[in-house]
Design a protein around this ligand. Structure first.
Ligand code: HEC
Ligand code: HEC
Length: 270
């Protein structure tokens, strides 16, 4: 479902490069923002469209009633901005919620779904997340339309614990073009501020470094000297520190209006 428009865009890009330059630049801009969003969110390659289509059927029959046909929420919460879905790989997180439900909070259990059906449902939800990242990519191209004073209110509430307009963000609007600035606060660079990890070995020794990958079974990292290490989960104690965790949570909080208002406010910092 999603790879097709992706491919289509690539074709459009090549054709544009051949015959004209301006639309090609806009297209490139858009694609780089989408790519940036994917990296920030740690998204795996786009989900299999065939699985997503099967998942959509299951979703329509069983879940849309509460979560909305596009999973953006109705009676039940928006699943496109759900951190459960964001952190899910092939149904590992979504499956737990679907199979057990949260009966005390209005989410029924669906104990009869198979592993494959859960993976399909997850593929559908991931496809919806991808579509949202794409949508933001488009919106990024036409950006300074918000209300700066409402943006300041949002900033004071949600950003000022870590940033200051007269400190680290002084003149931030001089450093970046508006579209780039919006990408900076939606998806700050992970390479500049990597997730760090502290491992405690059974011997009591601590190894501190940069997280490479963590899944249900193994954790891997590079230590300060650049050496690679990998352990199984149960053999070590793990402490993870992601300096951008707050930014990831903010993504779930932002409405489109908030995003534009915050940008309009940041644009006054020059
Ligand atoms: C009767 C309404 C209802 C139906 C049907 C329903 N849900 Fe939910 N779902 C909810 C509610 C309400 C919550 C929020 C529970 C809470 O507050 O923790 C929820 C939570 C979730 C969450 C966790 C979201 C998060 O970020 O914590 C996932 C994932 C989810 N539902 C997936 C599904 C899927 C997939 C289906 C279909 C197989 C489904 N739901 C069917 C009402 C429903
Ligand atoms: C819990 C702390 C925290 C909160 C809350 C937070 N940020 Fe950040 N932000 C960071 C960290 C850490 C970085 C990456 C390091 C850096 O670039 O300063 C960052 C990076 C940024 C950058 C890129 C700065 C640059 O020079 O490249 C912008 C812009 C930004 N944040 C804006 C915001 C806005 C707007 C909000 C509120 C909507 C917000 N942040 C909320 C911690 C936070």
């Amino acid at each position: 479902m999603l790879t097709r428009p992706h491919r289509f865009r690539c074709v459009v890009l090549v054709v544009c490069l051949a015959i004209c330059s301006i639309p090609a630049i806009a297209q490139e801009d858009h694609d780089s923002h989408v790519q940036r969003g994917r990296e920030f969110l740690g998204l795996a390659p786009p989900p299999d469209p065939v699985a997503a289509a099967r998942g959509q059927k299951l979703f329509t029959q069983n879940c849309a009633f509460c979560h909305g046909a596009n999973a953006t929420g109705a009676e039940g919460p928006d699943l496109v901005r759900s951190t459960v879905v964001l952190h899910d790989e092939s149904g590992d997180q979504v499956g737990a919620v679907v199979l057990n439900g949260r009966p005390d909070r209005g989410m029924p259990a669906f104990p009869s779904f198979t592993r494959d059906q859960i993976a399909d449902l997850a593929a559908f939800l991931h496809a919806r997340v991808e579509a949202a990242v794409n949508r933001w990519g488009y919106k990024l191209l036409n950006v300074v339309t918000g209300n700066a004073s409402q943006g300041k209110t949002f900033f004071d509430q949600h950003c000022s614990s870590c940033h200051s307009p007269s400190g680290d963000l002084t003149n931030i609007a001089k450093k970046f073009e508006p579209a780039e600035l919006q990408a900076q606060f939606l998806y700050p660079s992970r390479s500049k501020t990597p997730t760090t990890i502290d491992i405690k070995l059974p011997s009591g020794e601590h190894i501190h470094g940069t997280l490479k990958k963590i899944d249900d079974f193994r954790v891997s990292m590079w230590d300060a000297s650049g050496e690679y290490h990998s352990w199984s989960h149960d053999s070590v104690q793990i402490q993870i520190h992601d300096p951008l965790a707050a930014h990831q949570e903010l993504l779930a909080l932002f409405t489109n209006a908030d995003m534009h208002n915050v940008l309009a406010y940041l644009e006054t910092l020059k």
